[in-house]
Structure formats: structure tokens, C-alpha cells
Design a protein around this ligand. Sequence first.
Ligand code: FAD
Length: 414
Amino acid sequence: MNTENVDILIIGAGPSGSVAAGYLQKQGAKIKVVEKQKFPRIVVGESLIPRVMDHYNEAGLFEALDSYGFEKKPGARFIRGKEICIFDFSNKFGEGWDWTWQIPRADFDKAMTDELQRKGVDIAFETEVTNVEFNGTDSITTIKDKNGTFSQIHAKFVIDCSGYGRVLPRILKLESPSKLDPHSAIFTHVKDINRPDGVEGTQISFDIIETEVWLWVIPFSNGNTSVGIVGPTEYIDKLSATGNTEEAIKNAIKLSDFYVKRFDTLPFEFDPIHLKNYSVAVSQFYGEGYALTGNSTEFLDPVFSSGVCFATESGILAAKLALKQINGEEVNWEKEYTEYMKYGIDVFTTYVKEWYTGNLQELFYHQPENPDVKRKICAVLAGYVWNKENTFVAKHHNIIKNMAYMIRENRMDS
Ligand code: FAD
């Protein structure tokens, strides 16, 4: 069997693998990316948050991505009946990017890998990792190409960016149950021929149907719009008696007074995809000779569009630490990787949980708006969840719960 040698092997060429590869290529490391699928391929995760722009910049991908004219996302709108709450990232607390993109991931991920290949990164598409064996920090990875030919890669470090492929969690038995309740989603794209002119047409929105059920509307610059429904698994299962995803999403669109006219009669660009019980977790984030990133570690929930951001945050951090390690420097993976990532994940977990309890929705729709509260929550939604000067980061465990309690108490008094 053929064997090649690299410093760092990256499994998967989604956002996490791509930023890791971009960063390592810039540093001159000998790397290889192995990607199971042929790009472009459909994948969910189309609403980004501003923090990712730091990662694309650091990975040397920003300029290339910017040249594609993807739809710019300056904020997000949350609709609840007649109530509207709009977050504008330029009005957030603290430093950071004011905008990002809303993107069809098939095109976006292809744009990233095209740029990486242009820079000389070795990406083996349609090639699947079938096994990894570790000997200390060294590893031998077995791969199978599209012709069914097996070969091996000897690496000093493996970064697992395989998303729901969860290559190392499966092989090393690191899967663990998510702490979140089981939720599911169904989504598709429509040719948005009824799109209104101006901001309304391109506004990314979340229409709250019930406290735990919401519809996403993500317009793209190519004229298509992504429409998806999210809710408790039981609820999503009941949207179609026969399990037909097309019927389910048509029924979901009918639930939205705001969007029913715009999308009701439009044909779908592909068969709606059902993502059942999408939250996942792992028992550890790293081990000798490897790190897990992105969806191969934890995926929480799409409600605040944090998935790609955690994928790129962890991808680029794992790349930096792996390079330090193979250059002979000391790395404290527990502190520098797990503790850092878990802090941000913990903050977002609170926001996700408090969204579904309804507490966070109390704060979103409370009138009159408190501009300071809004700026601080906006910074969290922009992905700046490591800025402890923001009380809505530092005190996330209690602040939302307590403020929602006060709002309800006040309502009862008046
Ligand atoms: P991926 O993007 O999944 O990439 C992993 C790659 O690894 C794939 O290309 C795959 O082919 C490859 N791979 C898998 N197995 C192997 C193997 N054995 N060998 C080689 N390659 C392999 N996030 C957002 O930021 N915004 C959103 O609006 C959003 N909406 C979402 C809605 C839903 C319903 C769900 C479930 C998720 C959503 N997400 C969203 C999350 C987002 O999809 C993921 O967090 C993100 O794509 C993770 O990136 P990644 O690089 O870790 O994995």
C-alpha cells in the first residue's frame, strides 16, 4: 500500500478544515486535506456571524471569498407575530466585525477549497478516511479513493474536521449525549421570484411560530433563499403524516403569516433535507496526536447561527497548537484548547437553552428597548463570546434568567 508523509493531516474540507488548512499553508507546514465528497455539495449552515471574518482573514481566505459577491449580512431579524426585534452588528458592545455573509454553503465551501488549491494545498476529494491508528503522537491513516484504492498517510498530528462524519469520535469511541433536548430541522432552497425590493428582500429572518418552533429565511445573492423549519423532534415529525419532507416544509411555510405569500407556491430547488436530532457532543476534544474541531466535537443548535463560527474558531486554534507542538514547543491542550473552546460553547449553550425556555425571548421583545442590554446581547450573537467585559458573556448563567423574571414580575404589577 502507498504511504505518504505529512506533518498535519486534516480530515474534511468544510469551514473548519479549510481555515485550518489556510492557516497552516501560510505557515509553511506540510499538510494534506482528505475530503470524502466531491465539491460543490449541499450542506446546512448558511447564516454566518461576524466573528468568522477574523478566522477567514487569519487563514488568508477573506479576500478571495469577498470577491464572490456573497450576500452581506449586517444583522438579523427575529419576528414574533407583530413584534419585531432587529439586531444590527454595528451597534454591538466591544470590538469586532460589523458584518458577515449569508451563503449557499455548496458555493461557499467550493470557493474556499478553490482558493486553497490555488495556494497549493493538497486536497484529495472523493477520498474517505476509513481508519486511523495512533502510536503516541504519530498516526497511520487509511484512506480510500473514488476508485476503491486504499493508501496510507503517516502524520505527526491529525485534525479531525469531519463534521457529522465524526471520524475520530467514532473510531476512538468519544461520542457522548448532548445536554440539549432533541430538536430537528427540515430545509430547502427556493428560487425567490417573489422577493421584495430593498432590505426586506435580503433581510435574514427567524419567524417564531411557537416558543420552541421557528422558521428560517436566508436570502442569497444568487436569487435563491433558504427556508427551514426547526423545532422539537416530535413537532417536526408531525408536520407530515407520511414523513414526506416536501409536505412537511410546505405545511411549515403555511404557519408563517409573515412569509406564507412569498414562499407558498414556489417549487423547491432540491428535495427538502431532514436533519433529525442534530445536537451532538463528545467526551474529549483532543488526545495524543489529534484534536477534534467543529461538528466533530459539539453541535448545539442553529438558532443563533453559531455552528460555522465554532467550526472555524476551533479549526484555526487546533491548527496553531498542532503546529506549535510539532515544532517542539510545549502545548497545554486542556487549558489552551478545551477550556478555551468550552467557555464559548458554554455561553452559547446558555443562550440556546434560554431561547427555548422563552426567557431570552422576553428580553428580545421587551419594550421600551434597553439599548445597553441590546448592544451586549448583539455582541454575543456576533460571536464575541470570549469578551468577559461584556456582562452578558461574563454573567451568562444568571443574567438572562434574572432579567426575564423581573420583566414578568413587572408585567404582573402593572
Ligand atoms: P462540515 O461543514 O460538515 O464539513 C465536514 C466535511 O468532512 C464534509 O465536507 C464531509 O464530507 C467531510 N467528511 C466526513 N466524513 C469524512 C471522512 N470519513 N473522510 C473524509 N472526509 C469526511 N451553522 C451556522 O453557522 N449557521 C447556520 O445558519 C446553521 N444552520 C444550521 C441548521 C441546522 C439544522 C443544523 C443541523 C446545523 C446548522 N449549522 C449552522 C451548523 C453547521 O452546519 C455546522 O456547524 C458546520 O457546517 C460545521 O462545519 P465543519 O467544518 O465542522 O463540518
